[in-house]
Each structure stands twice: as structure tokens, then as C-alpha cells.
Design a protein around this ligand. Structure first.
Ligand code: NAD
Ligand code: ZN
Length: 238
């Protein structure tokens, strides 16, 4: 079995496909045991709160949960994000496809990023389209409102909503052109994550995750462990 270092050294068009596990070491928890909210003595799981129907039916409860569980203004890129920025600067990275909405890849410097579930850093008025930063949503009370009175909605794909077609096409394109695909920190349980990976036909599939995944069987290099530790050890010549 080749080492990750050998695979990266030989790779010319590397694509990184990541999920919540890429950011846990930046202090942002994944959804495992994250807990939902209680309404009328009923526990509503995070997937239900973060759905399109819940947003329209209970906007106050949605935003309370959203501020508490999805916004981490103090979070900073970790060793995995930083290594991907080195790979982009070295001209070896074709792109990052992320399910994360935390914006940490862009904060690390990467520009070749497809945020397929959107980003907490972009928020738009549903009436006039004006854009607002994360801080505005964080610091407003109750339902964040635009100057015009419209509701300011985070540009985050809620369960039940469609993904942005240009972002999806871009993500599919880089995955289909990749010679190396690194899949890291994702349980691949949120569709259409697994669908994306079907477009890959390159030589090397690397899987980095703390827990076992079915995808490991297809991997040329399955690695169990911390994403930041494993990625952080790669040496990149710039
Ligand atoms: P997930 O929570 O379903 O799976 C995360 C996987 O990563 C798990 O298998 C876990 O064992 C593994 N993991 C956690 N920390 C790790 C680490 N440090 N090193 C190695 N492996 C680690 O996450 P998902 O597949 O991304 O799907 C959840 C959905 O929730 C996605 O849509 C995602 O956008 C969203 N989400 C995003 C964030 C974020 O933006 N940071 C955080 C939580 C959830
Ligand atoms: Zn407005």
C-alpha cells in the first residue's frame, strides 16, 4: 500500500471531499449527539430544526437554534485546512468540495472551494436581496430583519431545499477530473454526498475518518484517525 505522502507527491489533480469531521478540531462539533430542541415536551432532532418547513413554521425557534449550534465566530482553521491551502498554492489541488457551512476553508486562504451546503458567512434579505455578514445574524435578537423589513435568511441549504446548481456542477466537474480523491471527516450519510463520489474515476481514493465507513472497502488507502493529524503530517513543496 502506498503512503499518503507518496499519493500526494504523485497527485496532480487532487480533490478533497470533506464533512463535519474536518472542523471538529477547530472546536465545531459534528452532529453526533449534538441534541435537538424541545418544543411542547417533544424533542426535535437537529435535522428537523434545520429543515425548510421548520424555518417557515417556527422562524424564532429556528434562529435561536441556529445561533447557538451553527455559529462559531471564534473558530479558526486547523492543520487540515492549512495543509489544503499549501496544496492549492503548490498547484496540486483541483478543488475542495465541502459539506461544511463554517467557511473555514476560505478563511484558510483556499479559493477553489465548492461549499455545497452554503455558508454561514453569507445571508440575504428574502425581500430585497441585500447581503449581511454572520455578525449581523449573530447579534440580532429573534428573527433577523433587513432595513426593508424582510427576513434575513442564511445562505445555508436546509433539509428539503435543493443544492445550488452551479456549485453542484462545479463540484461534480472537479471530482470527475481528479486523479486523487481524499474523502475525510464525513459519515456520507447526508445525501447527496455519496452521489458526488460516483463521479470519481481517478487512481487513488483516500478515506480518512475516525470511525469505520463502507467506503473504506473501495479505498486504495483507508486511514482511521484524526483528519487534522493525518493531513497535517503531509509535506508539500511550494
Ligand atoms: P457527520 O457528523 O455525519 O459525520 C462526521 C464524521 O466525521 C463521523 O464519521 C465522525 O466519526 C468523523 N469525525 C469527526 N471528527 C473527526 C476528526 N477530527 N477526525 C476524523 N474523523 C472525524 O458529518 P457530515 O457527514 O459532514 O454530515 C453532517 C451534515 O451536517 C453536513 O451536511 C454538514 O454540512 C453539517 N454540519 C456542518 C458542520 C460544519 O460546518 N462544521 C458541523 C456539523 C454539521
Ligand atoms: Zn431587504
Amino acid at each position: 500500500m502506498k503512503s499518503l505522502q507518496e499519493i500526494v507527491d504523485k497527485g496532480k489533480r487532487i480533490v478533497f471531499f470533506g464533512g463535519a469531521g474536518v472542523s471538529t478540531e477547530s472546536g465545531i462539533p459534528d452532529f453526533r449527539g449534538a441534541g435537538g430542541i424541545f418544543m411542547e415536551e417533544q424533542e426535535i432532532p437537529p435535522e428537523a430544526v434545520l429543515s425548510e418547513s421548520f424555518f417557515y413554521l417556527h422562524p424564532e425557534a429556528f434562529f435561536a437554534f441556529y445561533r447557538k449550534k451553527l455559529l462559531y465566530p471564534e473558530a479558526r482553521p486547523n492543520a487540515a485546512h492549512r495543509k489544503l491551502w499549501e496544496l492549492e498554492r503548490a498547484g496540486k489541488l483541483l478543488g475542495i468540495v465541502t459539506q461544511n457551512i463554517d467557511g473555514l476553508h476560505r478563511m484558510a486562504g483556499n479559493r477553489l472551494v465548492f461549499e455545497i451546503h452554503g455558508s454561514v458567512h453569507r445571508n440575504f434579505c428574502m425581500d430585497c436581496g441585500r447581503e449581511y455578514p454572520m455578525r449581523f445574524v449573530l447579534e440580532s435578537a429573534g428573527i433577523p430583519r433587513c432595513e426593508c423589513g424582510g427576513v434575513v435568511k442564511p445562505d445555508v441549504v436546509l433539509y428539503g431545499e435543493a443544492l445550488d446548481p452551479p456549485t453542484m456542477r462545479g463540484a461534480m466537474r472537479v471530482i470527475s477530473q481528479a486523479d486523487v480523491l481524499i474523502v475525510a471527516g464525513t459519515s456520507l450519510s447526508v445525501s447527496p454526498a455519496a452521489e458526488f463520489l460516483k463521479n470519481f474515476s481517478g487512481r487513488e481514493l483516500v478515506v480518512i475518518n475516525r470511525e469505520a465507513l463502507n467506503l473504506e472497502e473501495k479505498a486504495t488507502l483507508p486511514l482511521r484517525g484524526s483528519v487534522a493529524e493525518v493531513m497535517g503530517r503531509i509535506r508539500v513543496e511550494i
